[in-house]
Design a protein around this ligand. Structure first.
Ligand SMILES: [Zn+2]
Length: 234
């Protein structure tokens, strides 16, 4: 009988631990690992299509331009391109690192995901028909819920935006991704503020014209592109 990996994992979790036969536990563990791998692979595939491939092309063009515009010889152009290439590949490696939780709420605070990332009916559209891409994930928390960093980092901007209210952009040390927090109750820490693990990034609220109720909007941005933040939740 066919059964989905999620069902098997859930069934095994529901059994009293001592009674799980080791071979069943082994299958459940392997399936959990496979799911984790699939999640990481989809991020890697996205990075390859959206960053690695365009970057290799850009480097090829750069080499040709250096040659043509400045009369650099083939060898010198290749040398310069390589320096740029090495830096970019270091950046890419960091991007491809598996996702880890970026923030947490206090233990026991109910925080259901109320709206997923991606295509959705625009909640602000009165006809309830128009689609608009959701560039993050919504988490249903009460106004005034503090948001704590799980990793050391820095606030890179803290601004008011008519749509998104008080917005904080946060970056983890050594991680080129930008993590965004919208509709905060009060302005967040000023740009440049260093945040230690357990330090406060902001306080959730209901500010800005595009908020239909108290919630936290959390986004993950790579370059200009928003990616699915679900893998970055605790
Ligand atoms: Zn949102």
């Amino acid at each position: 009988m066919a059964s989905s990996p999620e069902k098997i994992t859930a069934a095994v979790e529901a059994l009293p631990k001592a009674k799980v036969p080791p071979e069943v536990q082994k299958v459940a563990d392997l399936q959990a690992q496979r799911q984790q791998l699939a999640q990481e692979t989809s991020l890697t595939a996205w990075i390859s299509a959206n960053i690695l491939q365009p970057v290799s092309k850009a480097l090829e063009n750069l080499k040709a331009d250096l040659n043509k515009l400045f009369g650099f010889g083939e060898e010198k152009a290749a040398e310069i391109t390589e320096v740029v290439g090495v830096q970019l590949s270091e950046w890419q490696e960091k991007l491809a690192a598996p996702a880890a939780p970026v923030f947490s709420f206090l233990k026991g605070v109910p925080a259901p995901i109320t709206s997923d990332f991606g295509d959705r009916i625009d909640p602000m559209d009165s006809t309830h028909k128009k689609h608009k891409k959701h560039r993050g994930i919504d988490i249903g928390v009460r106004e005034g819920t503090p948001i704590f960093a799980t990793k050391p980092g820095k606030v890179i901007s803290s601004k008011w935006n008519d749509h998104s209210g008080n917005v904080v952009e946060f970056q983890i040390d050594g991680d080129p991704r930008v993590y965004t927090f919208h509709h905060l109750q009060v302005p967040g820490p000023v740009a440049g503020t260093v945040i230690r693990p357990g330090g406060q990034i902001g306080i959730s609220g209901h500010t800005g014209g595009r908020s239909t109720g108290p919630h936290l909007h959390f986004g993950v941005i790579v370059g200009e592109n928003a990616i699915d933040p679900e893998a970055f939740l605790a």
